[in-house]
Design a binder for this molecule. Structure first.
Ligand SMILES: Cc1ncc(COP(=O)(O)O)c(C=O)c1O
Length: 223
């Protein structure tokens, strides 16, 4: 799943991307941090699993930040060709040194545990997604494609900008923050100047309250 859209590549799409990468001898860095947070029947597929050739050319990035809600622990990992990983290890050890022992043991415990907690968390994310997605699409000028994973909604707000007279999503998001104390991220930083990103990594009550406030903002600020 992608940040910010929450969309996933299909196996066929990954195969097609893989073919291009193989043809042009391109290394692939596959960031699979949201691997566990998917909400459709479609399983997560890594480009590295599609063929031995692709595996050889891919570095998979993952970590405990999302799967185990351990963002602050600063544990991630890279998997790939041993020579490259060795060079990365040497570089990291001389530049940022190593994560704390406590974090390393915390991550070990997380990976040794079964996935029950992840499943619970995922169910909760899915509930929030269902409700927030429906409410969001009813807001004037908001159009949202249903995400397949991660924990973001990325509505297109072109019409909402027109309704409220804002010239860009940055000013729009700043005004919502100032007037309604709701933080949404302008899509401009992601190269999507007509979208905003909402995260549902907060509890359902707060999330629904936030969407109500955005609705109030839209109603009170019509041009
Ligand atoms: C696409 C993507 N990759 C990786 C990460 C994980 O970052 P970190 O482990 O530094 O918290 C994030 C977190 O926002 C992300 O969105």
């Amino acid at each position: 799943p992608n940040n910010p859209t929450g969309m996933m590549y299909s196996e066929a799409e990954l195969k097609a991307i893989g073919e291009v990468c193989l043809k042009h001898h391109l290394m692939i860095i596959s960031d699979e941090i949201y691997e566990k947070l998917t909400y459709t029947d479609r399983p997560h597929v890594s480009i590295a699993q599609l063929s031995d050739e692709l595996k050889q050319q891919t570095i998979v990035i993952n970590g405990v930040s999302k799967s185990h809600a351990m963002t602050g622990w600063r544990i991630g990992y890279a998997c790939g060709d041993s020579k490259i990983i060795k060079a990365m290890t040497n570089y990291a050890s001389h530049s940022t040194s190593n994560p704390t022992t406590i974090s390393q043991y915390g991550a070990l415990a997380a990976y040794q545990a079964n996935d029950d907690e992840i499943e619970l968390m995922k169910k909760s994310f899915k509930d929030r997604l269902e409700q927030a997605y429906e409410m969001l699409n009813k807001l004037p000028g908001f159009k949202c494609i249903k995400p397949q994973g991660a924990f973001y909604l990325f509505p297109n707000v072109t019409e909402a900008l027109k309704l409220t007279g804002f010239n860009n999503v940055d000013d729009f998001a700043a005004a919502i923050l100032e007037k309604e104390k709701v933080a949404i991220i302008p899509g401009s930083g992601f190269g999507a100047p007509n979208n905003v990103r909402l995260s549902y990594a907060t509890d359902l009550d707060q999330l629904l309250e936030a969407i109500k406030r955005i609705e109030r903002f839209l109603l009170n600020n019509q041009k």
